[in-house]
Design a protein around this ligand. Structure first.
Ligand code: ADP
Length: 286
């Protein structure tokens, strides 16, 4: 059976439009993922072995986003359903609990998007550090407050030490806080609830040295050099939630501050992250 000519033309136009839309979507998806991958991978038209790692990265990106979104979406859906169906039967406390669950789930989803956007901005060199004098003792106190706000159960596990005669150091407060907080969150997350975590800030040889130590599960030696990669998670942490973006962000902060980050870890015994930040040089990446 053949279609009347005007329908045939409409069908052809529609098919051409869909084909064009598919091409545009592919191009736009590649463009938006490019900044995330440019530092660790070659451009998309490169078919060298490194292109395979780009595929791995894309797979990790899709797996993480879909996995990280599925859980909070289920929570939102169940809480909303419960609110709608049991409106009159729920107590005030139960209703508040549902709202809290919805808010937490939304925060988790927003964080993932914000982290991805921040990394892509940093990769595209769109973030400039803004230096100011940071009083170290206040800084430590604020870190502790923020940590306790995010995870009240972790507050008393942290032992912080500022070992320096200097009252303040020049740095970017946002980048420094993001960096230290991320290292502490990992140290606390990957060790048992009764294990302490130490944070040490020392000034030596015109450098601010930051040490974060834990006695947790450690990182397999063969994976230590990959933990800063986007979405990378070591084999031994599958039972603990995470996105594999925290250390990518921490490394970006260190780069923006012109410093260096190193990790020594022993499986089953703990990890130590050491950051060295120059105090005098105001590093610019451009
Ligand atoms: P995640 O969201 O998985 O914690 P990160 O980028 O912060 O992502 O860390 C990447 C990986 O490095 C983690 O998944 C974990 O395997 C490993 N890791 C980082 N910090 C620690 C630590 N203190 N102890 C053990 N493993 C760690």
């Amino acid at each position: 059976m053949s279609l009347p000519p005007d329908q045939m033309i409409r069908l052809q136009t529609q098919l051409q439009r869909e084909q064009r839309w598919r091409e545009l979507s592919r191009a736009s998806a590649q463009k938006s993922i490019q900044p995330l991958t440019s530092s660790v991978n070659p451009p998309f038209d490169d078919v060298s072995p490194a292109a395979t790692s780009l595929d791995t990265l894309k797979t990790r990106l899709i797996r993480t986003i879909s996995h990280e979104y599925r859980t909070p979406l289920t929570i939102i859906s169940l809480a909303a359903e419960s609110l709608a169906q049991n409106r009159t039967r729920l107590t005030v406390e139960q209703r508040q609990q549902c709202f809290r669950q919805i808010q937490q789930a939304m925060r988790r989803m927003t964080k993932l998007i914000n982290d991805v956007l921040w990394i892509s901005q940093a990769e595209a060199q769109e973030i400039e550090p803004h230096f100011s004098a940071i009083p170290l003792a206040d800084f430590c106190e604020r870190i502790l407050e923020e940590l306790t706000r995010l995870h009240p159960e972790w507050g008393d596990r942290l032992q912080a030490q500022v070992r320096t005669p200097f009252v303040a150091v020049p740095s970017d407060p946002f980048l420094l806080q993001q960096l230290v907080l991320q290292l502490l969150i990992n140290a606390l997350k990957y060790s048992e609830p009764e294990q302490p975590v130490t944070l040490e800030l020392v000034i030596a040889r015109a450098m601010l040295r930051i040490r974060v130590c834990d006695r947790g599960r450690g990182i397999p030696a063969s994976e230590c050099d990959r933990i800063y990669d986007c979405f990378y998670r070591a084999q031994n942490v599958e039972s603990i939630a995470g996105t594999g973006l925290g250390l990518t962000i921490a490394k970006q902060c260190v780069d923006l501050l012109g410093g260096q980050i190193d990790c020594t870890s022993r499986l089953g015994q703990g990890s130590e992250f050491q950051v060295k930040l120059p105090l005098a040089v105001r590093h610019r990446r451009r």
